[in-house]
Design a protein around this ligand. Structure first.
Ligand SMILES: NC(=O)C1=CN([C@@H]2O[C@H](COP(=O)(O)OP(=O)(O)OC[C@H]3O[C@@H](n4cnc5c(N)ncnc54)[C@H](O)[C@@H]3O)[C@@H](O)[C@H]2O)C=CC1
Ligand code: BAL
Length: 502
């Protein structure tokens, strides 16, 4: 059994040592039952490494380590100290930025130059934002009551928090959760996704180097139904935060309810609408809309996968959109996400490839595919899917209702504002939305009427560390980022103070 592997990334002339163990108490250790998971490069389908997978017993051990660290040390640190540790961590992430981005590309297929480095930029922004927020987003309130009574609230950490993160933004999604949760003063046991655990395991080394005490952050790669289930149902876990499919979000919520009623934050699926009004500047809108669905190969919970365009500019939009996408969203001649030409990487796995292709096939059979697949590509290794646009798709179609999570957009025309809003809101999801118009009144009305946690006005998917993020309806519960990113990991204690004298 090996807990490290030397890995070479010749495209960047890089060699490094990849940790492969569970990270508990600041050490890499083997799983108790010898279970491992093999991870593959989605661009080549070749094996990269096998890492340890946590059993239920390992979960118990990690939760106990997190509990001991919380009770004995971490709960006694000041918010300022936690902020300073996070700042140190940010400096180390910055030092290792290229390597972390390279690991992300190797393991997930994200284009290195456009996506992985951008993820790392966001991770730095988020880490420094929460470092600064550690002693600012935790303030309680003073509540004046009577002449001789007042109360105040304290915002205190939960204790031990479990986190389960997905594969589409492996280190970025982990960072939204870890950095905010540590700033709030909790200890953590986190499970990365089966197919993208490598970057978080390397990040563990930096956490230790930054000086975080043992047991404060524990990382347990593992199978969802084993490690994830054990975390969600653990009786000594005080809160669980999850990003992934709505289906598993519901499972986690039910396990949390049945075990110890632990608090739950969920960031689940989306089918985000993008509405383009007749007065929109199409030349500005098209690049945003294309990035909103093709960036990260559409594997983005906030992807603007439903596009509604005013009938007067619908055909013009489709022509421009198709032209722009075919010029700018490309695999590159080498089909290599490390190559600067590659802006559209492979999707994460064979399973996701087949799932997306089944939607494309459904579209071919039952919907009007007026803008067909933009290019024919020679069959080769890797899970590459070209930008795909279906037009005139009815709202009842499964292409309009279900999260495809690939570079597949559906478009349809509308005639009036009311029709546009009805179409946009006709979804069980409510994560994000975007609107394009030159009229402040139209965009203002849209922001008022849309049922979604985020509205982008004349842009798409440009998230910011300072702005809360989360969903309405079946897209989730709770908010990450912004002050709420820290608040979500704090609970309120109310203190009644009697100052009367007999
Ligand atoms: N909101 C988002 O950002 C994401 C949405 N998805 C959606 O989900 C679809 C399927 O992707 P999957 O990889 O199957 O997502 P998933 O929801 O199964 O995986 C997300 C995380 O949940 C864990 N997990 C799986 N089963 C679990 C269980 N029973 N208990 C606890 N944790 C568990 C996984 O190991 C992973 O870490 C995608 O096509 C997409 O539509 C997937 C990933 C991210
Ligand atoms: N848009 C980043 C968050 C996510 O896809 O889960």
């Amino acid at each position: 059994m090996t807990l490290y592997k030397n890995i070479e990334i010749p495209q960047l002339d890089l060699k490094y040592e990849q940790p492969l163990g569970l990270f508990i108490n600041n050490e890499f250790v083997a799983s108790s039952d010898g279970e491992t998971i093999e991870t593959f490069n989605p661009a080549t389908e070749e094996s990269i490494a096998s890492f340890q997978a946590a059993s239920e017993k390992d979960v118990d051990f990690a939760v106990k380590s997190a509990r001991d660290a919380f009770e004995n040390e971490w709960s006694k640190t000041s918010a300022e100290e936690r902020g300073l540790l996070l700042l140190k961590l940010a400096d180390l992430v910055e030092r290792e930025k290229s390597l972390l981005a390279a690991i992300e590309t190797l393991d997930s297929g994200k284009p290195y130059h456009s996506n992985s480095l951008a993820d790392l930029e966001q991770i730095l922004q988020v880490t420094r934002y929460f470092a600064g927020g550690a002693d600012k987003f935790n303030a309680g309130r003073y509540i004046p009551l009577k002449h001789d009574k007042y109360a105040y609230t304290m915002r205190v950490p939960y204790g031990v928090v479990a986190q389960v993160v997905p594969w589409n933004y492996p280190l970025a999604m982990a960072s939204w959760k870890i950095q905010s949760c540590l700033a709030a003063g909790n200890t953590i046991v986190i499970k990365p996704a089966e197919n993208t655990s490598l970057s978080l395991l390397y990040f563990a080394k930096l956490v230790k180097e930054a000086g975080f005490p043992a047991g404060v952050l524990n990382i347990l790669p593992g199978h969802g139904p084993v490690t994830g289930t054990a975390l969600a149902s653990h009786k000594d876990v005080d809160k669980i935060a999850f990003t992934g499919s709505t289906n598993i979000g519901q499972t986690i919520m039910s396990l949390a309810a049945k075990s110890n009623l632990k608090d739950v934050t969920l960031e689940c699926g989306g089918k985000s609408p993008c509405v383009i009004f007749a007065d929109a500047n199409l030349d500005e809108a098209v690049p945003w809309v294309a990035a909103g669905i093709f960036y990260n190969s559409g594997q983005n919970c906030t992807a603007n996968s439903r596009i509604y365009v005013h009938k007067d500019i619908y055909q013009e939009f489709l022509t421009k959109f198709k032209e722009y996408a075919s010029k700018n969203w490309k695999f590159g001649s080498k089909f290599d996400p490390f190559d600067e030409e590659c802006t559209l990487g492979p999707v994460i796995s064979k399973g996701q490839y087949e799932r997306i292709e089944s939607y494309v096939d459904h579209g071919k059979d039952s919907e009007k595919l007026s803008v067909k697949q933009l290019a024919e590509y020679p069959s080769k290794k890797g899970y590459f899917i070209p930008p795909t646009i279906f037009s005139d798709v009815p709202i009842s179609s499964k292409l309009s209702q279900e999260e495809i999570f690939g570079p597949v957009a559906v478009a349809a025309p509308f005639s009036t504002y009311d029709e546009a809003i009805t179409l946009a809101n006709d979804s069980s999801y409510g994560l994000a939305s975007c609107v394009f118009s030159e009229s402040a009144r139209t965009t203002g009305q849209f922001a008022r009427d849309i049922k979604a946690g985020t509205v982008w006005v004349n842009s798409s998917n440009d998230e910011e560390a300072a702005v809360p993020f989360g969903g309405f309806k079946m897209s989730g519960i709770g908010r990450e980022l912004g002050p709420s990113g820290v608040e979500t990991y704090l609970q309120t204690k109310s203190v009644h103070v009697n100052i009367s004298k007999l």
